[in-house]
Design a protein around this ligand. Structure first.
Ligand SMILES: *Cc1c(COP(=O)(O)O)cnc(C)c1O
Length: 348
């Protein structure tokens, strides 16, 4: 991939560029001290187990993550769920009511919600009918004036498809602002595309999470891979202790258990194929979209009826009729849960 270097000052809001961050960083000072430290600097209770403020930069988690992902530690930013990175991105790059953000449609709804919260005009560019990226989509994105952020969801939610890597690279090369490549579901795809694209193109932020394949949704750990200078900007804007001590400890446990993730990811992929084939055989199913994620977008003859029938049996799926007429999004469950869905639909 051709390299690309933008001047961050041209995309970061002036008030953020000039921001003097809160200086809490005890950890920096601890490095200079010998082992016997008397901590009287942070108004903590000297008694208790979780009485001390935690590492604001989560160095231990990053150290392990760096090995797992083969990404240099200084290029990692950790967040309270990946949604925090999306929120911070608007705060860092988009002057409210002035700078725009581009999202593809259909895609993950939170991009627009955060844009609305920050009063950032959102320009939605439609993907093709089959939800693919095309030259036409790329051209429309590149025509948007004053765009500071572009969100690309790879693998796309709720459609489940991968977007063309060459066209994503074209967008990275030619988009004038920051490209956020949201890879929440990438572990379910064939290979980790573009995971280190930020190394050659400093306008890319790769977003991953412990919430999906890593089975850690309740831990709220998002991971963003980006240029070191950008990590520093994110660090000064985030809340100082954005990931709690308990969550950091649990994240380390999760990351050390990558065999569990590999194993269950393969099971989920196998179950996805089972579910997809079984669904496709049912007369009330019009179409099952191919998926590189842990969910299926399925078009039914009567989605509302199916949704309610499943709900009646205590099975909750996601109504996506707003995205595509007749569509429900079904996450892949355990073998038993998936059979239950099929059984229930057969009885309809
Ligand atoms: C689930 C999901 C995330 C993850 O959000 P967390 O805040 O990390 O739980 C991010 N992006 C997309 C597209 C998702 O579907």
């Amino acid at each position: 991939m051709k390299s690309k270097n933008i001047e961050f000052q041209s995309v970061v809001r002036p008030n953020i560029w000039n921001l003097q961050p809160y200086s809490s960083a005890r950890s920096e000072k601890l490095d200079y001290l010998e082992k016997q430290v008397v901590l009287l600097d942070a108004n903590e209770n000297p008694f208790g187990e979780y009485n001390r403020y935690c590492d604001p930069y989560q160095s231990k988690v990053k150290q392990i993550l760096s090995k797992v992902k083969q990404i240099p530690q200084q290029n990692i930013f950790l967040s309270n769920g990946s949604d925090e990175v999306i929120d911070l991105a608007f705060r860092i790059f988009c002057q409210p009511l002035v700078d725009k953000a581009v999202v593809l449609r259909p895609s993950y709804g939170m991009y627009k919600v955060y844009g609305d919260i920050h009063q950032t005009p959102i320009v939605e560019v439609n993907l093709e009918q089959d939800f693919s990226l095309s030259d036409r989509v790329v051209q429309e994105v590149l025509q948007v004036q004053d765009a500071k952020l572009l969100f690309i969801c790879q693998v796309n939610n709720p459609t489940g498809n991968l977007l063309d890597t060459d066209l994503i690279q074209k967008l990275i090369q030619e988009f004038q602002g920051i490209v956020i490549l949201d890879q929440a579901y990438i572990d379910f795809a064939q290979k980790p595309f573009l995971q280190d694209s930020f190394l050659c193109c400093n306008n890319v932020i790769v977003l991953q999470t412990l919430s999906k394949a890593w089975a850690g949704a309740a831990l709220r750990i998002g991971m963003a891979f980006m240029d070191q200078e950008l990590v520093e900007i994110f660090n000064k804007v985030k809340s100082p202790y954005n990931i709690s001590q308990v969550n950091q400890e649990k994240a380390i446990e999760v990351l050390q258990n990558s065999n569990f993730v590999k194993q269950t990811t393969q099971w989920i992929i196998d179950q996805r194929e089972f579910l997809s084939q079984e669904l496709a055989l049912l007369p009330l199913v019009k179409k099952v979209y191919p998926s590189d994620a842990n969910f299926l977008l399925v078009v039914f003859l009567d989605a509302t009826k199916v949704y309610n029938a499943l709900l009646d049996k205590g099975i909750l799926v996601r109504d996506r009729q707003g995205v595509k007429p007749g569509a429900l999004r079904i996450s892949v469950g355990t073998p038993l849960e998936n059979k239950l869905v099929i059984q229930c639909l057969k009885n309809l």
